[in-house]
Every structure is written in structure tokens, then in C-alpha cells.
Design a protein around this ligand. Structure first.
Ligand code: SF4
Length: 765
């Protein structure tokens, strides 16, 4: 029986140096320039940084490894096509700090696990393959060949392929993702969980069932010409900052903007374009016309209340509010929806939403008057038990207006990871469609498994049940990104071998299986030379544009490999002489793209079209009103408002990011827009709740979540009084992920419910 290493799974509970100031009303502007310069000068030097940033998101450059916000099809900004957080993302990759074999000799995994995630991440780029033997505390250097042999030997030793799981983070390029899923299917399993399982899986499920495609229907140009944009459960100022430019263009074209969020975020309020001196002098552009401070998960109630008012107006003047021609020609279920709206109690919906009736009536007027409407959303809608229904309700209100599949209108789930949408398109899914597997088998002469695999939450449960012996992670930081952190950590420690393909150090390198291997890979901004010459990869953004990305920087070490090369090597080592020619895929990524063209629809002439400077759009049935549903029609859905009750005295917690954070990567200790600096163990709480609960600001508390009679505890948080909807609190992840129960998931998508966690506060002694 192997003894588990005594590593700390949770981030340390000690406080740093909290400084509070007034929350900002404006986003970007000069402070973003200052912050950008500070980050690049600290990590790589200003000159090198500016030279590199000038290539980011440019047509002959490389794609930002941050979020998946699209680049303009036409002219890109000569001053820079990136935001502050994109610059932070690239500063992390291009940092001059190095994690060398000596670093690992000095620091045991036990010691490093007591560091904050910020400190772990700031250690730098990993320079050589490393191996952590069973029972050992220090990683030791290993050769690539020995690493591949160890992995191949472990895979071949398994009783069945489902004892292995292969995770993907959304930074993985199309070429690496396609090769990775091929490796996994040739090996014989569909255990391909990915980060989408934890973020937009509810969007994929809700959209596929209603409009036939799990992706958004709008393009960037649609946002510019929209009459009404509603931003729900999203904080673009921090998570998709260049979206603010598009919102400003919409405003300048006469459009209206409504933001729906339990917190009034600076990025939804005023945008100060840092590339426009006049805007800086004038103080920027007011973006939001109506801010609705919805209660956490009050979104369906809000949309139902608006639909009731729309129906009232429609019945007074038929055909002036609803697009009856569109409804008749392109939809199913209208009558059932209207019957449900008719019997829904307006006042009850207003109460459940937590928003003043007068505000709802103002916004309803916009829905009644406008024809070209876009609804944008992120985790605030998807990470709920009813996450899939939240998306279906969004589609309902757009279908009533015929606001899909025409210019200026449609659905806009904004992806948080640069290629998370592309990975799914490449086949990274535990529930693959048979026609895709048929294409793979026919093209490669393999026999793909048909039994569906495990998603992220199921993979953790499978590890807990000791059904998983081998777990590979293509990028990411699984331990910090997943719910129920303590349980997840213990689950991963049940594995015999874990393998991380990574650029930088993170907590998942410290909480591992009995044996662990780190395979250090090239980053998006690194140049990638293979036998056939300099390579480029491709990615797909939130609007379904596939485009090329070519790194420029000399890699931080000569002992790194690209993700496609690593996968090809593991394939060759595991399968030896097989129908799949792995080495040719390593030598020239055009070969991988030819395979993609042969097996995935929409990639005709891939190698030719991906070389078009702005890339190409993938087919999108919803965008063209060719709904790829069973009967070719879009579906209305009858959705119930959730109205989940919490125990007297308990609060609803949502986990959020700071402005110095990208997913689990902590760039810095500040949350500038919210006026919270130097500390991450804080709980943002409504002043009235602080008072009614008998606390004071800055009191130190423990947070206890309650779920199905189970309790989970996160110790030592400071109360920060904040403008958040009453009865709701916000905390940062990964610190609060320990409170999110593994079994608390969205129906129909299994997405962890990180936005609705029932908690109580206990005074810390
Ligand atoms: S908006 Fe997103 S993709 Fe664009 S530069 Fe910022 S982080 Fe990168």
C-alpha cells in the first residue's frame, strides 16, 4: 500500500496585506497601461515586452493565450490588438524566470504545496522534463525518451483503457487537440474531460437542444450594429476586456446596453479607450444604459417577467413585438411557451429576480422596441443547477424577436479560454458523435471506442472510486480549477501515475499520483521548429473563426517540446508500428491539418484557408437560420424559474476572479476595479447582510457550505463590505473551491455549480 505524500492540497490560510479603496466606476484607461507596463517590465523587460505585444493578435503574429475574444476581420490596431490581461498572460509565458532541475532539488513538493498559488506560479517556466518517483519528495530530471517509455509502459500495463483519463485545458491548439484525441481513441477510451465541462458545457447543451449548434451565432460585426446588447452573468472588463471596444462601437452606433449582474462591475459601466487620448481626457464612454442587480440565479425570473410584459404589448398590437413570420417559419413550441408565460405570476418573478419592477419595465421597453438583440453571457448563467435552462430561456426571448440568424442579433456565449471552442470542434469530448468516430476509423484504420467517457466531475469520482490509474493533463491546473478541492486532491493522489504537459509550475504538479511526470512544452509565443521547418498552429475563437498563430520567441530552454510533438512521441512509444503515422504529424503540422480536413466537416482546404491572414469562419447553422436540429427548426422551451430557497441566516456564494487573475493563474494580488488589493481571502458581502448577521467589516470568519447534509469549510476570510445583491456573497477561486460540492452540478451538463453555493459564516476566534 503506497503512502500518500503529505502535501497541502488547499492554498495556505494565512492573510497577506489587505488594502481597501473605493470600487472603480471606470475600466481600462491609463491605469491599464500602467499595470501592463508594470507586469511586462517585471517578467521580461519593457522593450522585449512591447516588441512581443506588437505581434499579439496581429494577422502575422500569435494568438493571445488568454480568452477567446475575436480579433477584427479587417484592420487590426497598429497601437496594439491586446488588453491589459492579455499582456499579463503573455508576460507569464515570456517571463525570464526559470524552474530548473536545481530548483526542484532545492524545493520538495511538500514544501512548495505550502506556498500560495501566486508564489508557485511566479516561479517561472519549466525547463526540462521532470520525474517524481513513487515515495519521493523531489522531482528529478528525466530524459524525454525515458519519460515517453515510462508513460507507454504504464498505459500498456492497464487492465483496460478506461483506467486512463486524458484532460485538456482550453489553451491547447487545434493541431495538438486533434492529435491528442486521436491518441486517446486509438488507445481505446473516450475519457476526454476538458475545461469546457466546468464552464460553458451548459451553453453547449442548451444551445444544441434549441438551435442545433453548441456555439454562439454572432460575429464581431454583429455586436457593432446591434440595437440592444444584454450582458448577463459576465464581467467582460476583467475576463474579455477587448469586448469593451465592441460595446463602445455599438453605443456609438446608437445601440443600447443592459448589464445583469449581482455586482456592478466597472467594465460594464464606463470604458476609457487607452488608445484614444480624447477618450482619456473626456473620461470615456458610458456603456451600460440599465444595470440590473439581479439576485444570484434570478436570471430566468427576470427574463420571464420581461416576456410577460412583451406579451402584454404584443397582444395590444399583434406582430409589432414578436416576429411572427420568423416564429411561424423557423420555430417549434411557440404556443406552449406563450401558455406558460400567460400563467406565470409577474410579481412573483419580479420578487425572485431581486430587481425593482420599475427597472424591469424600463428594460422590457427595449426588448419590445428593438429588433436586433444580442445576449452575451458567461459563467454567471452556466454554473448553476439550472444552467442549461438559463441558456434555453435566453434563446426563448431571442426567438420571440426573431433575433437570431440576422445581422446585429443572436447568441453570444463568450469563451474564457483561447481555444476551448476549438478543442471541442477537434473532438475533445467524452461524448463524441458516432459520425465523427466513423470518420476517424475509416480515415485512420483504427477502431474508436463507442462507450462514452467521463467528464471532469465524473473523472474525479472515478479516481475516488480507485477506477483510474493513469491521469494525463494537457495544460491547465486541474487541482485548482475543479470543485471540492480537498476531495479532488485526495482523488488524484489515488492514481498510480499522473502526467502534466505544462509551461509553468502550478499546484497540480504538487498534488499528484504515486509517480508524476512533468513534460515542459512550448508556449503560444515560442517559436516551434520541427523537421519540416518553422510551424504554426491554429485556434478557434468565440465567433467560430479559425486562424493561425505562430510563435516568435526563442524558447526558454532547448529541452522543450511542442504539444503536437509530445503527443506524437507518446503515440509512437505506445503503439509502435500502427496504422497511424505519428512521426509525420510531428514533423509537419500540415499533415495534422490534412487529417482534420478529412475527418471534420467545415475544414475543407484547411491548409490553404488557414493561411488567409484573418483566417476563416466555420459553418454555423444558427447564424444562417439553417438550424441543425432534428426537424431543422429552432425550439422554444418551457422553463421554470428555479426559486431555490436557502436556510434562514445562510447566504448564496458565487466564486469569481480578481482583475489580476486568469482562470487559476494568479498574475498579481490585486483586484483593482473592486478596490481590493494585497489579499485574496476575502468575502464580498452586502452591508445590510453584514449588519443583520451581527458582523462588522474586516471581521475574520470561516465559511461553511451546506449541501445535502454535508458540510465543507474554508477558514479565515475577511469580510469586505461590497455593493452586491442582498443575500449574496462573492469569494475568489481557487481559495473558495473547497466549498463547492462535487455532486452539486448542473442538470443536463454536469457543470459544477460554482455560482450558487449555500454557506453560513462563522466568526473565527
Ligand atoms: S480580450 Fe482576451 S484574447 Fe483579447 S487580448 Fe484580452 S485576454 Fe487576450
Amino acid at each position: 500500500m503506497t503512502t500518500k505524500r503529505k502535501v497541502q492540497i488547499l492554498p495556505p490560510e494565512n492573510f497577506e496585506n489587505l488594502k481597501l479603496s473605493k470600487a472603480k466606476k471606470k475600466a481600462v484607461g491609463v491605469p491599464a497601461i500602467v499595470s501592463t507596463m508594470r507586469h511586462i517590465s517585471k517578467e521580461m523587460g519593457v522593450w522585449k515586452g512591447i516588441k512581443l505585444l506588437n505581434k499579439m493578435n496581429q494577422k502575422d503574429g500569435f494568438d493571445c493565450p488568454g480568452c477567446a475574444w475575436p480579433d477584427p476581420d479587417g484592420k487590426r490596431s497598429g497601437l496594439g490588438e491586446y488588453c491589459e490581461n492579455g499582456a499579463k498572460a503573455i508576460a507569464e509565458e515570456a517571463t525570464s524566470k526559470r524552474v530548473t532541475p536545481d530548483f526542484f532539488k532545492k524545493h520538495s513538493v511538500e514544501e512548495m504545496s505550502t506556498w500560495t498559488d501566486y508564489k508557485i506560479g511566479k516561479s517561472g517556466r519549466i525547463t526540462h522534463p521532470m520525474y517524481l518517483p513513487e515515495g519521493a519528495s523531489h522531482y528529478e530530471q528525466i530524459s524525454w525518451d525515458d519519460a515517453f517509455q515510462k508513460i507507454a509502459a504504464k498505459l500498456k500495463s492497464l487492465n483496460n483503457p478506461d483506467e486512463a483519463v486524458f484532460y485538456t485545458s482550453g489553451r491547447t491548439s487545434n493541431e495538438a487537440a486533434f492529435a491528442y484525441q486521436l491518441l486517446v481513441r486509438q488507445f481505446g477510451t473516450n475519457n476526454l474531460p476538458d475545461c469546457s465541462n466546468m464552464c460553458h458545457e451548459s451553453s453547449g447543451a442548451g444551445l444544441s437542444q434549441t438551435v442545433g449548434i453548441g456555439k454562439g451565432s454572432v460575429t464581431l460585426d454583429d455586436l457593432y450594429e446591434s440595437e440592444l446588447i444584454v450582458v448577463m452573468g459576465q464581467n467582460p472588463g476583467t475576463n474579455h476586456p477587448r469586448m469593451l471596444t465592441a460595446l463602445e462601437k455599438c453605443k456609438k452606433n446608437g445601440g443600447k446596453i443592459v448589464s445583469v449582474n449581482p455586482i456592478p462591475e466597472a467594465g460594464n459601466n464606463v470604458f476609457v479607450d487607452p488608445q484614444n487620448p480624447l477618450a482619456i481626457i473626456k473620461g470615456g464612454t458610458q456603456l451600460t444604459d440599465h444595470y440590473l442587480q439581479v439576485k444570484i440565479n434570478g436570471d430566468v425570473a427576470l427574463l420571464k417577467a420581461i416576456m410577460i410584459l412583451m406579451l402584454e404589448a404584443e397582444e395590444k398590437a399583434p406582430g409589432t413585438v414578436f416576429d411572427l413570420d420568423f416564429i411561424a417559419e423557423f420555430t417549434n413550441g411557440y404556443d406552449e411557451l406563450i401558455a406558460d408565460v400567460r400563467k406565470t405570476d409577474f410579481n412573483e418573478m419580479v420578487a425572485q429576480s431581486g430587481i425593482a419592477e420599475s427597472q424591469i419595465r424600463e428594460v422590457a421597453k427595449l426588448f419590445i422596441a428593438k429588433q436586433k438583440i444580442i445576449i452575451c453571457w458567461a459563467m454567471g448563467l452556466t454554473q448553476h443547477e439550472n444552467g442549461v435552462n438559463n441558456i434555453k430561456e435566453v434563446v426563448n426571448i431571442l426567438l420571440l424577436k426573431g433575433s437570431i440568424g440576422k445581422p446585429g442579433a443572436g447568441t453570444c456565449p463568450v469563451r474564457g479560454h483561447s481555444n476551448v471552442q476549438g478543442d471541442r470542434t477537434m473532438g475533445i469530448w467524452e461524448k463524441p458523435k458516432d459520425d465523427f468516430l466513423d470518420n476517424l476509423d475509416k480515415h485512420f484504420g483504427i477502431q474508436s471506442p463507442r462507450k462514452h467517457g467521463v467528464d471532469a466531475v465524473e473523472s474525479i469520482q472515478a479516481c475516488l472510486d480507485k477506477k483510474v490509474k493513469f491521469f494525463m493533463f494537457m495544460g491547465g491546473n486541474f487541482i485548482s480549477a475543479t470543485p471540492d478541492s480537498q476531495l479532488t486532491g485526495e482523488a488524484i493522489q489515488n492514481c498510480e501515475m499522473t502526467v502534466q504537459i505544462s509551461t509553468k509550475l502550478n499546484r497540480s504538479h504538487l498534488v499528484t499520483g504515486n509517480e508524476a511526470i512533468i513534460l515542459p512544452c512550448l508556449a503560444r509565443s515560442d517559436r516551434d521548429d520541427q523537421a519540416s521547418g518553422l510551424q504554426f498552429v491554429s485556434v478557434e475563437n468565440s465567433m467560430g473563426v479559425v486562424h493561425k498563430s505562430q510563435g516568435r520567441l526563442d524558447p526558454p530552454s532547448n529541452d522543450l517540446m511542442s504539444e503536437p510533438a509530445i503527443v506524437a512521441k507518446i503515440g509512437a512509444a505506445t503503439f509502435g508500428d500502427s496504422p497511424v503515422n505519428w512521426s509525420e504529424m510531428e514533423e509537419n503540422y500540415d499533415v495534422i491539418r490534412n487529417h482534420i480536413e478529412a475527418t471534420i466537416s467545415g475544414f475543407e482546404n484547411y491548409n490553404k484557408r488557414v493561411r488567409i491572414p484573418q483566417g476563416f469562419y466555420l459553418p454555423n447553422g444558427a447564424r444562417d437560420r439553417k438550424f441543425t436540429t432534428p426537424d431543422g427548426k429552432a425550439n422554444f422551451s418551457v422553463i421554470e424559474a428555479p426559486n431555490r430557497k436557502v436556510k434562514e441566516g445562510n447566504l448564496i456564494m458565487m466564486t469569481i476572479r480578481t482583475h489580476d487573475q486568469y482562470n487559476t493563474t494568479i498574475y498579481g494580488m490585486d483586484d483593482r476595479y473592486r478596490g481590493i488589493e494585497g489579499e485574496r481571502r476575502v468575502v464580498l458581502m452586502n452591508k445590510q447582510d453584514i449588519k443583520s448577521q451581527g458582523f462588522k467589516e474586516l471581521d475574520v470568519v470561516h465559511l461553511v457550505s451546506e449541501f445535502n447534509g454535508e458540510e465543507r469549510k474554508a477558514n479565515y476570510f475577511k469580510i469586505v463590505a461590497y455593493d452586491i445583491a442582498k443575500g449574496c456573497v462573492a469569494t475568489y477561486f481557487p481559495e473558495a473551491n473547497v466549498l463547492v460540492p462535487l455532486k452539486s452540478v448542473a442538470k443536463g451538463s454536469n457543470t459544477p455549480v460554482s455560482k450558487f453555493v449555500e454557506i453560513r459564516l462563522e466568526k473565527a476566534n
